[in-house]
Write a protein that binds this ligand. Sequence first.
Ligand code: OOG
Ligand code: NI
Length: 464
Amino acid sequence: MPQTFVSTDRIRSLFTEAMSQMYRTEVPQYGTLIELVADVNAGCLERDPALRERLARAGELERIDVERHGAIRLGTADELFTIRRLFAVMGMQAVGYYDLSVAGVPVHSTCFRPIDEAALNVNPFRVFTSLLRLELIEDERLRSEAEAILAKRRIYTPRAVALIERHEQNGGLTEAEAAEFVAEALETFRWHGEATVSAETYKRLHDAHRLIADVVSFKGPHINHLTPRTLDIDAVQARMPERGITPKAVIEGPPRRHCDILLRQTSFKALEEAIVFAGDAEAVQGTHTARFGEIEQRGVALTAKGRALYDRLLASVRGEVRVGAGGAKAGAYDQELAERFKALPDSWDELRRQGLAFFRYSATSEGIAAAVNGTLAGDPEALIARGHLVFSPIVYEDFLPVSAAGIFQSNLGTDQQQNYATRSNRDAFEAALGATVQDELALYAERQAASLDAAMEALGLAGQ
Ligand code: OOG
Ligand code: NI
């Protein structure tokens, strides 16, 4: 009898839900953040019926509270190789290469996410996945010690690996296998309060870099945050203290605008959690700070030209106003950001005309009716002007390296500012991954082009 496989989209959704439940139990403050986000989202929808209508039509209303991303930090090339295969079971592929060493964080990263539009519409859950760069540890003894510790651990359950292999061989998993896979995969992301190293080793790793201690000292790559979507990130940021949550000083990314671009995100500071060190004598207690909660608000994906402008404007603000450790100058930063970003057009049509952002085109029913009655003008601009062709923003699905560094940093303490010589090492990352990472700009460009082709086809103008 032929087996019926469940879709990778369904497995991803089951996994997102299981991860959310686990993290709420592990980090109660994250549950509080979720409640605040739900309150703010409900308020936004009440005040803005047009927004509610738009989200309802897009089928987004019922999954507004579903998490949008999470993050893990891996220790070895083998771990990265297997995580690629694990995420493939859920329809997630590696997109983009992020070198965080330029910001003093000894990792490089990618984003595992669904690629095609239908899958993104079902559940866009992504995982920002970093690989520790041990070669950036200067102390040779410490480096080989860390290597030896990591070489010993097994972060995947044997059953998870067996199910990954089954998926690769059979081309899918049955419903029962999928449920089992989700439970087994979850084990990799679980928090373990028992360190695998002694207090003394932990301290040396921590002194080299707090992140090194986080990756090397534990049984597995615990999920370090989850991130729901908010409809008003400024409101959530402002209201966190009401619920006893301390937000990071500033929202990362672009300023608040009429037309949202890229990604805005903010987080609450990582919690200090009790851990127990390994050792022969009686248990030694300690604390570890790694896990936090984050929120995000996404806007349109920018083209290479739009992105270059974004990067330039952001760099000019950061060069001008340096936010201090305790959040000093956060107000000035926000003001300067809003001011400088006036140079980036704040209308969908301008963003489109100037080739700054990606859009999805579709034929209107008027356009299709007009096509039946006679030949239309073949020029997209003319079609848009007559209401025969419409466009809507393509959402940015990826991450921003400067923002990611800011999120890392706020959870590592600003005393940790180190500068590594900027040696980006994409080749080594891809060799470890066992695949090349996809180019996010090419993916957006393809989706834009495909939508325009389909719209022109619907208008009887294919090939023009
Ligand atoms: C990942 C930080 C990056 C984001 O949203 O930019 C990130 C980490 O701390 O491991 O999640
Ligand atoms: Ni994040």
